[in-house]
Design a protein around this ligand. Structure first.
Ligand code: ATP
Length: 319
């Protein structure tokens, strides 16, 4: 494959900086298999990339550095700015792959809250791969970047691809899905995140106690895929599903009220996104989403709300 994200000098600003955006994701459906012996779970998910974007800007520098602004930059458990940040590891992996020195100053502007079930860290990693490929002129193919993305985390290939996709394996094996129309959502953002490993552990615990089905058989993703392709909204509303919702609610009981509040406020349906605690509320159209957001913003169920739509493209250069 000869696809390249490198835009050449056209994408390098006067100061030598290169920026890329990458989107948040919603899991429109997420089925989780039983705990495997290696500690992982098989997934079957339908991802939708939505219009809440992080921006990663890279500049030439000596050595590697990361700064973070926006969502999650401050507070008791801030997004790390060292090797633990996924963009740091993305830079090291791409540099190793291309045989160049991992020299860059990386600035991450976060609109996607951290530990929210929206794959914000994965979005940043995908954007960093695309931006650094252009800055360093490494001319990685799409296949190369996808392989590096899969090594960084199971959601990173989707953050790179965007759109709608069926994910299997740990989420990293993608099959693109066609959606002929945009879908409008309100994201209800919570105060404080939920740790993804903790939510999986709670799922395993509830299953071991027989309080949830064991997840041994995945339901067909076809109803979700068909509904996303062409609607109507009632079909998509009926198809939303997330095996991580029950454990997320178990760890964060206020989510039950938030989900009910979204329906009472007029959402066609509401689901916890990924491992939560973000609530994704589906609206019939854009006007309905704006009205829904106004009602939810006044109710205090969420720290804040965002009107988004999807599908949108994956990580791409800005400008
Ligand atoms: P997912 O839905 O993929 O499980 P999430 O949206 O719940 O992920 P992220 O925001 O991707 O969670 O980040 C989870 C943790 O990863 C954070 O608590 C943080 O410590 C660490 N992290 C590393 N790099 C980043 C980054 N660039 N942005 C946010 N968190 C990061």
């Amino acid at each position: 494959m000869s696809w390249s994200t490198s835009g050449g000098p056209g994408h390098t600003r006067g100061d030598g900086a290169v920026s890329a955006h990458a989107p948040a994701k919603i899991n429109v459906s997420l089925a989780v298999g039983p705990l495997r012996e290696d500690g992982y779970h098989d997934l079957q998910t339908v991802y939708l990339a939505v219009s809440l974007l992080d921006t990663v800007t890279v500049r030439r520098a000596e050595g590697l550095s990361v700064t973070v602004t926006g969502e999650g930059a401050e507070g008791p458990d801030p997004v790390p700015t060292d090797r633990r940040n996924l963009v740091w590891r993305a830079a090291e992996l791409l540099a190793e792959h291309a045989g160049v020195a991992p020299d860059a100053a990386i600035a991450v502007e976060k609109a996607i809250p951290a530990a929210a079930g929206l794959a914000g860290g994965s979005a940043d990693a995908a954007a960093a791969l695309v931006a650094l490929d252009a800055l360093w002129g490494t001319h990685a193919t799409r296949g190369d970047l996808t392989a590096l993305a899969a090594r960084l985390g199971s959601d990173v290939p989707f953050s790179l691809a965007g759109g709608v996709a069926l994910g299997s394996g740990r989420g990293e094996r993608l099959t693109p899905v066609l959606a002929r129309r945009p879908w409008h959502w309100v994201l209800g953002l919570a105060d404080g995140g939920l740790s993804t490993p903790a939510v999986y552990a709670e799922l395993d615990r509830l299953r071991a106690e027989g309080r949830l089905p064991d997840g041994a058989a995945f339901p067909s993703p076809e109803p979700v895929v068909a509904a996303l392709r062409s609607g109507p909204v009632e079909a998509l509303a009926a198809a939303l599903a997330n095996d991580l919702q029950a454990p997320a609610v178990s760890l964060r009981p206020a989510l039950r009220r938030a989900l009910r509040g979204a329906i009472d406020a007029g959402a066609a349906a509401a689901v916890v996104s990924g491992s939560g605690p973000t609530v994704a509320a589906l609206a019939a159209d854009e006007d309905a989403a704006v009205r829904l957001a106004a009602v939810l913003a006044g109710e205090g169920l969420f720290r804040t709300v965002r009107v988004v739509h999807g599908p949108v493209p994956g990580a791409r250069l800005v400008g």
